[in-house]
Design a protein around this ligand. Structure first.
Ligand code: NAD
Length: 489
């Protein structure tokens, strides 16, 4: 685990220190202390990383798919060996519970497992006799240098959404992780290097706007994968496509959960709690608005409020019983607290106030307890804008149609969830909802590695999503060959 400051870069197989003096702090949010510093790389360092990836591309692209896959198998073994260590790093720099970190690292490993199937995944198609004596086939080839710019909330999993797939497809890679959580990415790149990746195939740079802009405009970069907030996702998509890159750009979310009165009470409350407060709400799949139809609010809200008040908030780095950790930085804590002021000023009814939660053992940690607003109206800011913290807005709707209408008015389209025992209602919801990932009686409908992570509307800009076959398509281009051989007698 690197402790040197500022965090090192990895360029052409070597760990180097940035020449930049400007840094951003990295915190252990449970304790509220600074544990490292991220250098804000300038254009020169980013250019070196892209050039190293570009130089490594021809040999890596010629490496047989089976050999590239074998390297992924070795990487997977190392990830398993260091699974606990990686999970602890995620908890230390992000603040989520160790179980949540373990789950997220596991999800990332599953993408590596998917990528290990490269020889089959990369197969083309063929048809003989498309006309007399003429055959046709397709092959998939890599594009060149791929770039990923990732957010703070899943420091291992989100880089692994793209990195293994890009690599097995034969591309080389530059990763620019969030400046708030660089330590997980550093450890992962160390493991990739240990797995035997040739120099230049994977490179790591740090930074903010300047580093990102250099990547978006660099002539050697062919694909850009972004995950982060919607304004930045839109900027990345527009800038990178204007510069001729292939782009997949995942943005923020405002996910609705609908409860019908026939939903099973205990399971529904458990699922809503996990969705709203898992990872302290810092999750693009977090349920942020709960729409209760008919008399469901009267039945579910008392149970939900009790569960929220009972959730144990604490330092996830040393309290194994903590059920919810802190927010990632003091700035983000302030932003989420400000949204509670907004909800109050808009006239919503604050029935559980997370600001009252105090963690006596860690007075400097960035804590906010589970919060619930009731009687939230569709026009309110807290019903429309992403909060990205443990704040749940409860709305009422007369029936399922009205609830679906509320969900569909959200400009986002990541996840939408329904709790019911009615198959007909579930079928209607799946058909009519304007979101790319749907949950029926499950609070976080995050697809596994072999399915696309399928955000819609302002939650995704581009055509091909991360993971699964869409990932393979994104990181390759197809070549069609038409062959004519005259039959010999
Ligand atoms: P962010 O947009 O602030 O940062 C994401 C990345 O972009 C970071 O690497 C950051 O350094 C860089 N960046 C930030 N501002 C930039 C700018 N002006 N120009 C260029 N680059 C910039 O997001 P975050 O706060 O790190 O992460 C939280 C957000 O990510 C939430 O909105 C969440 O919903 C979203 N997210 C979405 C998904 C998804 O699949 N849709 C998954 C995870 C997180």
């Amino acid at each position: 685990m690197p402790t040197r400051e500022p965090c090192p870069l990895f360029i052409n197989g070597e760990w180097i220190t940035s020449t930049q003096t400007e840094t951003e702090p990295v915190y252990n949010p449970s304790e509220g202390v600074r544990i490292s510093a991220t250098p804000m790389c300038g254009a020169g360092e980013v250019d070196r990383a892209v050039k190293a990836a570009s130089a490594a591309f021809p040999a890596w692209a010629e490496t047989p798919a089976l050999e590239r896959a074998r390297l992924m198998f070795r990487f997977k073994e190392l990830l398993e060996k260091h699974y606990e260590e990686l999970s602890q790093i995620v908890t230390r720099e992000h603040g989520k519970t160790l179980d949540e970190s373990r789950g997220s690292v596991r999800r990332g490993i599953e993408v590596v497992e998917f990528a290990c199937g490269a020889p089959s995944l990369l197969m083309g198609e063929a048809l003989e006799n498309i006309a007399r004596d003429i055959d046709c086939d397709t092959i998939r080839q890599p594009l060149g240098v791929s770039v990923a710019i990732t957010p703070f909330n899943f420091p291992v999993m989100v880089p692994l959404w793209t990195l293994p797939i890009a690599l097995v497809c034969g591309n080389t890679f530059v990763l620019k992780p969030s400046e708030k959580v660089p330590l997980s990415a550093i450890r992962m790149v160390q493991l990739l290097s240990e797995a035997g990746l040739p120099p230049g195939v994977v490179n790591l740079v740090h930074g903010g706007r300047e580093a990102v802009d250099t990547l978006l405009s660099h002539p050697d970069v062919r694909t850009v994968s972004f995950v982060g907030s919607t304004p930045v996702a839109k900027y990345i998509y527009e800038t990178a496509t204007r510069n001729g890159k292939r782009v997949q750009s995942a943005g923020g979310a405002k996910n609705y959960m609908v409860v019908l009165p026939d939903a099973e009470p205990d399971a529904t409350v458990d699922a809503v709690m996990g969705s709203a407060y898992g990872c302290a709400g810092e999750r693009c799949m977090a349920g942020s608005v709960l729409v209760c139809t008919h008399d469901a609010a009267e039945r579910f809200l008392p149970l939900l409020s009790n569960a929220a008040r009972g959730l144990r908030v604490g330092p996830t780095d040393r309290d194994a019983n903590a059920q919810m950790g802190p927010l990632v930085t003091p700035q983000h804590l302030e932003k989420v607290r400000a949204s509670i002021h907004t909800g109050l000023s808009e006239g919503a009814n604050l029935i559980v106030d997370g600001r009252e939660v105090v963690v006596h053992t860690c007075p400097n940690g960035f804590y906010l307890g589970p919060t619930i607003f009731d009687h939230v109206q569709p026009h309110m800011q807290i019903a429309r804008e992403e909060i990205f913290g443990p704040v749940l807005s409860v709305m009422r709707a007369d029936n399922l149609d009205a609830a679906i209408q509320n969900c569909n008015n959200s400009g986002y389209g990541n996840a939408a969830v329904l709790f019911t025992e009615s198959g007909g209602a579930a079928r209607k919801f799946r058909h009519s909802i304007n979101a790319g990932m749907v949950g029926i009686n499950t609070g976080v409908p995050a697809p596994m590695a072999f399915f696309p992570f399928s955000g819609w509307n302002n939650s995704f800009f581009g055509d091909l999503h991360v993971q699964g076959h869409e990932g393979i398509s994104f990181f390759t281009r197809q070549k069609v060959t038409i062959t004519r051989w005259t039959r010999s007698a």
